[in-house]
Design a protein around this ligand. Structure first.
Ligand code: SF4
Length: 489
């Protein structure tokens, strides 16, 4: 059967963090929700929110901690034994409260981590009129369709089993209904992560994008939510059903190298251990024996750099530090919405001359997307006296846009973009190497990365490296960033 053609010109998209909590003992779970969202902050820093039954959702812009003076009053005003929550990282042009989540449709609130790639088609199924590319959310359209399917089918599970065939994309949802039930659903391929935990002391269940949130509330991780699974938590306890029996998996490989928190456990693997292992495997692939020093680009490449250095028997050190007191310092350059912000961030990565001067430095980074950061880092290292700079990237060359939740939407922005030149892999890598100014550039490959993580490569998504969109079931028509974001004048 031919693959359906989808027009991917109209999708607001997010890679975010979601939670859903239900206390069977009736404890007020709002303080727990705040702690859990703070533990997912690395997944989205532009807005956050939470929702309880029979009340409009609470939403705030910025970091969760920025509202710390309100925590006490929020915990009182929204006191509830059940809640869902969300931290948002938008790839739309505007970060507004209007687009923050959870969103409410009739008696259902929804929080979403992922991207619905065929949002216009789905919008047509709900009448189309509520949607405009500039301000609509794919989550809202999916929620509207879900609510109409629930009213037709009577049950969430049945509605999701229909919706999964209509909806193209990646999704982890948490829902809360006005009749005090919390639901969690993970897409059939498992693009985005989701785990289930339990806190014994007050008999409270928590689902979250990552186990870092489960640990943050003192709960124990029980298991990964199975792709295609729907979990329901209510006063009757917890029950579960499958809305899809698709055995094919496509876990986002980028979560393992960059996105997830190092303390999290995902698909049976601890992220820190996985990253260190990736470094070890990279040392076997690129044994740069005349290196004096291995340094990480802070922060997420640190375990890989350590693994690389240990495997090779070369010194590991911190040659680059972030200014922790700067406003931009703790942010991650890749997920800032505007290019000027990314350049700004690089001013706050400071090389230590005493460590770098006169050395052949192997710099380990977790990914090379636009090349902006790498270029600035290499310049800074040269200024600090580096004799030779080899850069080793823990992720394969990113050549294609992601339609499953990560923000590298247009090809011409990518460092690997050849602007019409017909380059083979080697030539592409050399073009990027010259562009960023490194003496050597080595990228990981999918097989090596998957082996280091301990998950079969064919159970992971590598679409942004391979251009094979089969796991999403689409043949995208690539658009410019402006077209995608509806920002063109
Ligand atoms: S395309 Fe890349 S970033 Fe997107 S889900 Fe797949 S592996 Fe992750």
């Amino acid at each position: 059967m031919d693959k359906p053609q989808h027009t991917l010109d109209d999708k607001p998209k997010e890679n975010c963090g979601v939670i859903g909590i239900y206390s069977l003992s009736g404890a007020n779970v709002i303080p727990m929700a705040i702690d859990a969202l703070r533990a997912l902050q690395h997944r989205g820093q532009e807005a956050w929110g939470l929702a309880i039954p029979n009340k409009p959702p609470l939403k705030r812009l910025g970091l969760v901690s920025a509202a710390s003076s309100e925590f006490k009053s929020i915990a009182q005003e929204y006191s509830s034994p059940c809640v869902i929550g969300h931290v948002r990282y938008s790839t739309m042009g505007r970060s507004s409260l209007e687009n923050a989540q959870p969103l409410k449709v009739k008696d259902l609130c929804v929080a979403h981590n992922g991207t619905i790639a065929n949002v216009q088609e789905l919008s047509n199924l709900v009448g189309g009129c509520s949607f405009t590319p500039q301000n609509a959310s794919d989550t809202l359209v999916a929620a509207q369709r879900l609510v109409s399917l629930i009213s037709e089918n009577g049950q969430m599970g049945k509605a999701l089993s229909v919706l999964k065939n209509e909806m193209v994309g990646s999704y982890c949802f948490t829902f809360i209904s006005d009749d005090n039930s919390v639901f969690a659903a993970r897409d059939p391929k498992g693009f985005r992560p989701m785990v289930l935990g339990h806190k014994e002391s007050d008999d409270t269940y928590i689902v979250a994008s990552e186990s870092s949130a489960v640990s943050a509330v003192g709960a124990k991780m029980q298991r990964n939510v199975t792709p295609g699974e729907l979990i329901r938590m209510s006063k009757d306890g917890i029950d579960t059903e499958m809305f899809s029996d698709d055995p094919k998996r496509a876990h986002c490989s980028f979560e393992f190298t960059y996105f997830a928190h190092p303390t999290s456990n995902m698909e049976g693997t601890n992220i820190y251990v996985a990253r260190k292992n990736i470094g070890r495997y990279l040392a076997k692939k690129f044994p740069i024996k005349d290196a004096d020093l291995v340094i990480p680009v802070p922060d997420s490449a640190r375990p890989a750099a350590l693994g690389y250095a240990q495997e090779l028997g070369v010194s590991f050190d911190e040659g680059l530090l972030k200014d922790r007191y700067s406003k931009k310092g703790p942010l991650r350059s890749f997920i800032e919405p505007h290019q000027t912000d990314r350049v700004e961030i690089n001013r706050w990565i400071i090389p230590i001359r005493e460590i770098i001067d006169g050395k052949h430095v192997v710099v380990i980074d977790d990914s090379l997307v636009r090349g902006t950061s790498s270029k600035a880092i290499i310049k800074a290292l040269r200024r600090a006296g580096a004799r030779k700079i080899s850069m080793v990237i823990t992720y394969p060359p990113i050549k294609f846009p992601c339609y499953a939740g990560i923000d590298f939407p247009s090809q011409e922005e990518l460092a690997t973009f050849s602007n019409g030149k017909d380059l083979n892999d080697e030539e592409t890598i050399d073009m990027v190497r010259k562009d960023i100014g490194a003496d050597f550039l080595g990228y990981n490959d999918a097989e090596n990365l998957a082996a280091a993580v301990g998950i079969p490569a064919d159970s992971m998504c590598f679409t942004c490296a391979s251009g094979n969109y089969d796991s999403l079931g689409i043949t995208p028509e690539f658009k410019s960033r402006e077209e995608i974001k509806g920002e063109a004048s």
